[in-house]
Write a protein that binds this ligand. Structure first.
Ligand code: PMT
Length: 397
């Protein structure tokens, strides 16, 4: 049973909102509705008040009643879940810029970012596909807003194309599905490694790789959303996160930090791109370019996963990634066995459109019991969620 706040902005799809309210009420939830000035022209407050048994909130700034609470703060605190449907291009743009010029957008700003928020865009196809709207949607999605994408169909303007708001039944199911996923990792301690490692040559130069940290950070953030207690250990990366990050530099640093922390975790996910070799003799001073050749002797770094597998406790789950440029599946399965892992996530690092430094990935997840799951190309956040669900399914047996 949750407190559902529905913010309605001014689009024809507002006529479907009473049905959405009804679905939640039938499921035992409490519903309150905010209407923008334009939304109130499409759907009446009376209909919604009759259905929800709650006052409908408008931009009315009433003065004829005793001092009112601070509505946008109170509503933001009251809500467990906030759904903005239909979300017009204008409201989406305000959300992207942090403009709070009505009750709906003020409540959005006051709503804690860690609580679930869904938006259901609805508009004309050209408006939906306009780069401004595309950018705005990307911006708010990156801040963790769940977007229930519109579908194709006949629009109010008689155009046929994408932009029609999803049906209330689909919105209801999408919200409920997402929320059940939110608790999937409750009570579990998860360590995620991310980013590259850096192996010094001298005070100026180093050996590293193209990992940005995006995949590992996406997993760590998603694991947190799904209820886990998350520790993120990251090599050098410019990514921002609200999680606490333990920053490390070299493979040896990463191994040492993990040795201290691993005993306490339930799940270890190694998305970091760890350097396999380091320079044997790091120079204390900058190496001069006096000769035509520079010979570096590289020695092998410890294999972190293999080392940690020696102290792995019964019940712990270790997940590796396999970054492969050829024979993806064969090499991944070999690494699964050699590193004594429960699961391995294989990605093709030769492709420009996924993996290293891309916002997207496409992976195949193998587990040691012989299962294989292909997760098609998608944003790393979505890939992260599917990998974590697969890990949970493995734990559940
Ligand atoms: O950071 P992004 O830009 O988002 O890119 C994501 C990614 C491509 C880096 C990520 O998806 C990925 O594939 N990470 C693993 C990179 C890697 O080191 O793969 P590998 O096949 O060389 O190693 C296999 C596994 O052993 C990995 O889990 C790795 O963390 C681990 N390893 C590797 C070397 C080493 N000395 N010790 C290790 O534990």
């Amino acid at each position: 049973m949750s407190n559902i706040l529905i913010g309605v902005s001014g689009g024809i799809a507002a006529y479907k909102i009473p049905i959405l309210c009804r679905k939640f009420i039938q499921a035992g939830d409490s519903v309150k509705v905010i209407l923008t000035e334009n939304a109130a022209k499409f759907v009446t407050p009376l209909t919604l008040e009759t259905l929800t048994k709650n006052r409908v909130y408008l931009d009315d700034f009433l003065t004829d009643i005793s001092p009112r609470d601070i509505e946008h703060i109170d509503l933001a605190e009251w809500a467990d879940i906030f759904i903005i449907a239909p979300a017009t291009a204008n409201t989406i743009a305000k959300m992207a810029c942090g403009i709070a010029d009505n009750l709906l957008t003020s409540t959005y700003l006051a709503y804690k970012t860690e609580k679930p928020l869904f938006i259901c865009p609805a508009m004309n196809t050209n408006m939906y596909q306009n780069p401004a709207t595309v950018d705005n949607l990307n911006k708010i999605a990156q801040r963790g807003v769940n977007i229930i994408s519109p579908i194709e169909g006949e629009l109010a303007c008689k155009d046929v194309g994408i932009g029609k708001m999803q049906e209330p039944e689909i919105i209801f199911e999408a919200v409920k599905d997402k929320l059940s996923a939110c608790n999937v990792l409750n009570g579990l301690k998860v360590i995620v490694t991310a980013g590259p490692t850096i192996e010094d040559i001298d005070p100026v130069r180093y050996i590293s790789n193209r990992s940005s940290g995006k995949m590992g950070y996406a997993i760590a953030e998603m694991a947190k959303k799904m209820g886990a207690d998350v520790t993120l250990i990251s090599g050098p990366s410019n990514l921002k996160t609200s999680l606490n990050v333990t920053k490390v530099k070299s493979a040896i640093n990463m191994l040492n930090v993990l040795k201290q922390k691993v005993e306490d975790c339930d799940i270890l996910i190694m998305a970091a791109a760890v350097a396999d070799y380091r320079v044997e003799n790091i120079s204390d001073i900058k190496i001069k370019k006096s000769s035509n050749e520079l010979h570096l002797k590289l020695i092998k770094n410890p294999d972190i996963l293999f080392e940690l597998s020696k102290v792995k406790r019964e019940g712990q789950v270790f997940v590796g990634f396999a970054a492969e440029s050829n024979d993806l599946e064969e090499n991944a399965v070999l690494k699964l066995k050699m590193k004594n892992l429960d699961m391995i996530v294989a990605n093709d690092i030769k492709r420009e459109d996924i993996a290293f430094d891309s916002d997207y990935n496409e992976v195949i997840v193998f587990n040691k019991k012989g299962s294989k799951l292909t997760i098609k190309k998608d944003k790393k956040e979505v890939i992260a969620e599917k990998i974590l669900k697969e890990i949970k399914a493995y734990i559940n047996g």
